[in-house]
Ligand binder design. Structure first.
Ligand code: NI
Length: 184
């Protein structure tokens, strides 16, 4: 099932998401739906708040990047906790399915160590670097109620303000289904 993607301005995107109880949510079905929703929008990462669910889960699929080093990397992260971020900081132009048409450089450490459960509730602690770490850091931010635009300078934020307001109103060209909080 393809969910509409929640657009910038909806309070669910600014909320710290809740831990998922093992018996409470069908995480396998939800992961499937999240992958379907993400692929439909040509994304490489999607967090549960972006489909209106304030729970700690995100999915990643870097296959569309066609990065030889990463290859076909597709993974589900449930109740993730970032243990450590390390390595040199680097800038990369990020985008977000909830904030279509905007792309800006965000600086993040190149490596991340993360503890999480997969869709079978197996527990893992793993290290990622480069683009994989980047996707994980961006999606992890989502479940903490942080958007990539929150990392920008006050000056950059001011420049983007009217564009962001327009996105929340649905005044944006986008080729996947979205839910706009301020659409009249
Ligand atoms: Ni995003």
């Amino acid at each position: 099932m393809v969910y509409p993607i929640i657009a910038y301005g909806n309070p669910v995107l600014k909320k710290k998401a809740q831990i998922i109880e093992k018996d409470g949510t069908d995480v396998k079905q939800l992961a499937e739906d999240m992958f379907e929703t993400m692929h439909n929008a040509s994304g490489i990462g999607l967090a549960a708040p972006q489909i209106g669910k304030s729970i700690r889960m995100f999915v990643a699929d870097a296959t569309p990047l066609e990065d030889e080093e990463i290859g076909e990397w597709k993974q589900v992260f449930i109740n993730p906790e970032i243990v450590e971020e390390f390595g040199d900081e680097w800038a990369f132009e990020e985008g977000c399915l909830s904030i279509p048409t905007i792309r800006e450089d965000v600086i993040r450490p190149e490596k991340v160590k993360i503890h999480y459960f997969d869709e079978n509730w197996n527990e893992h602690t793993e290290e990622f670097n480069g683009m994989q770490a980047r996707i994980i850091q961006h999606e992890y931010d989502h479940i903490e109620g942080i958007l990539f635009t929150d990392h920008l300078t006050a000056f950059k934020k001011r420049l983007l303000k009217s564009k962001l307001t327009n996105i929340s109103k649905g005044i944006v060209k986008v080729d996947y289904r979205m839910s706009f909080p301020a659409k009249k």
